[in-house]
Design a protein around this ligand. Structure first.
Ligand SMILES: Cc1cc2nc3c(=O)[nH]c(=O)nc-3n(C[C@H](O)[C@H](O)[C@H](O)COP(=O)(O)OP(=O)(O)OC[C@H]3O[C@@H](n4cnc5c(N)ncnc54)[C@H](O)[C@@H]3O)c2cc1C
Length: 465
């Protein structure tokens, strides 16, 4: 069977996942990445002041991330993650202190029922109310699923009789965490699909999957090594500005640096605004090229970005016992203990002892549009106020070092109706394919959506020969 020459535009997870699949099948694949690092919105780096590896933002995965887990198995990095035996989340609240949602080790979906019933700290009336949403996951017919895309999450939850308290303590936390925007702004269908993927099937699908090393070590660098070992390449600092076509086929791409790359197949793995730029530079109408499941036009203006702010804080003492927790009634939504787990075994005993006295926490503000203009000092003040409201030991603790990372376009916002216009992997050019978390994956902007889209596009490329 002939092998293809493939160019992939974009070295984020969707591009890397496509390249891994194609290289594994023997296709000569080159990834062109504009930045001097791969990974796109998922990467880690070493903080010069502390020597700790930090991520561009804390990423949580789940047991139902099937494509991602397969990708990590190919790369041999699954051992760098920890899958909870059963879903367990600690919620910290300023007045209630800590509340645990802990699903018992029962087969699914009994584990969910057990978890919700045992969700003490939330009144029984609300726990029973929450079961109504669980019931919907089993009894919503396919035709009604499409109707869910007309509602936002808040409308859907109110329709299912979820009170303010039930929404605040559970559904809003899940929605903002998974869809990176407030329940009023995002499609009920998207939340429904996330909940179904997590709670239907095996118990472990709903367990959280935590990276135990920097994101680049778990998901990025081993992929680049795999691609290079298998006849492909990843070229950094290479920004594609145009595609060129002849006889209704793409023949090459040219870069801002003035190079041209020819190939038989091209795969775009850049976000929508990146593809928009490349197509308009090339004089190609996206309306004519992009295919959508509904056949509606893929209107770029309907894709809106949503922001995430991550705060890495090093404290002079230990202030949190939990490995991670969701915060309720605060502006910070999640906090993770990053101490020691990320410390190189080569670090000296003295440094280790010094670090053991303190604590490195990673805080997340999702759907953070309104915080984006704030200064680092303002954000640190907010973080400290919120931590002191939920963690008594934070009262006298001091921040000794901090890093704040703002990701303006962290994700797209899955607003109601958007599902119909998320692009399919094939286009009207027979040798141009699309991948990326924003394409029609059925998932919100996630690692899973990105990896799955790359694999799907690669399989489509492979099936063409
Ligand atoms: C702070 C933060 C927290 C997140 N938390 C989670 C989480 O907890 N769980 C989860 O599942 N997901 C999370 N996500 C989402 C997840 O990171 C993304 O969905 C995923 O990384 C998207 O991958 P992608 O390949 O589709 O796009 P990208 O990562 O954006 O990759 C596209 C790549 O294309 C490159 N590119 C663009 N234009 C060009 C061009 N013209 N030429 C060459 N290269 C180009 C870009 O530089 C980039 O490297 C989070 C994202 C952020 C930012």
């Amino acid at each position: 069977m002939d092998k293809l020459n493939v160019i992939i535009i974009g070295g984020g997870l969707s591009g890397l996942s496509a390249a891994v699949e194609l290289c594994a099948r023997g296709h000569k694949t080159v990834v062109l990445e504009q930045h001097r690092y791969s990974g796109g919105r998922t990467y880690s780096f070493i903080d010069a002041a502390t020597g700790d590896s930090i991520d561009n933002g804390q990423h949580l995965m789940m047991g139902c991330y099937h494509a991602t887990r397969r990708y990590m198995r190919i790369l041999g990095t699954e051992y760098l993650t920890l899958l909870q035996p059963s879903l367990r989340i600690v919620f910290l609240h300023p007045s209630k202190r800590s509340i645990h949602l802990a699903c018992p080790p029962l087969p699914a979906p009994l584990h969910l029922l057990g978890g919700l019933i045992g969700f003490k700290g939330v009144p029984l009336k609300n726990r029973l109310e929450m079961l109504r949403v669980a019931k919907q996951l089993f009894y919503t017919s396919l035709s009604k699923e499409q109707d869910l895309d007309k509602l936002n999450v808040e409308e859907w939850l109110v329709k299912l009789g979820q009170s303010n308290l039930s929404r605040k303590f559970l559904w809003d936390v899940i929605t903002i965490g998974a869809l990176n925007n407030h329940p009023k702004n995002v499609s009920a269908l998207m939340l429904f699909q996330v909940l179904r993927a997590a709670f239907l099937g095996k118990r472990e699908y709903s367990s959280l999957l935590l990276p135990r090393a920097g994101l680049s070590d778990v998901l990025v660098n081993p992929a680049v090594e795999f691609i290079r070992r298998n006849g492909g390449n990843v070229l950094l600092g290479t920004e594609v500005s145009k595609v060129h076509f002849e006889d209704e086929k793409i023949i090459s791409v040219s870069t801002r640096e003035g190079k041209e790359f020819r190939a038989q197949v091209f795969l775009s793995a850049v976000p929508w605004f990146g593809l928009d730029r490349i197509l308009s530079n090339s004089g190609i109408s996206s309306e004519l090229v992009i295919k959508t499941p509904s056949r509606e036009i893929c209107d770029w203006d309907r894709f809106k970005p949503s922001s995430i702010i991550s705060l890495q804080l090093w404290f002079d003492r230990k202030i949190m016992e939990e490995e991670f927790a969701a915060l309720v009634d605060t502006r910070v939504q999640w906090v993770f203990d990053k101490s020691l787990k990320f410390l190189s075994p080569l670090v000296s005993k003295a440094v280790k002892q010094q670090k053991e006295k303190g604590q490195h926490l990673s805080l997340v503000i999702s759907g953070a549009q309104e915080f984006m203009e704030m200064s680092k000092e303002e954000l640190l003040t907010i973080a400290l106020i919120d931590l002191r409201r939920v963690l008594p030991k934070a009262k006298n603790a001091n921040i000794v070092h901090s890093v704040v990372i703002k990701e303006k376009r962290a994700t797209f916002s899955p607003s109601p109706g958007l599902e119909a216009i998320r692009p399919l992997p094939n286009t009207s050019f027979p040798n141009l394919f699309l991948a990326g978390d924003w394409t029609a994956t059925g998932y919100p902007a996630t690692i899973e959506g990105a990896v799955m889209s790359g694999r799907k596009a690669a399989e489509l490329v492979h099936s063409k020969i």
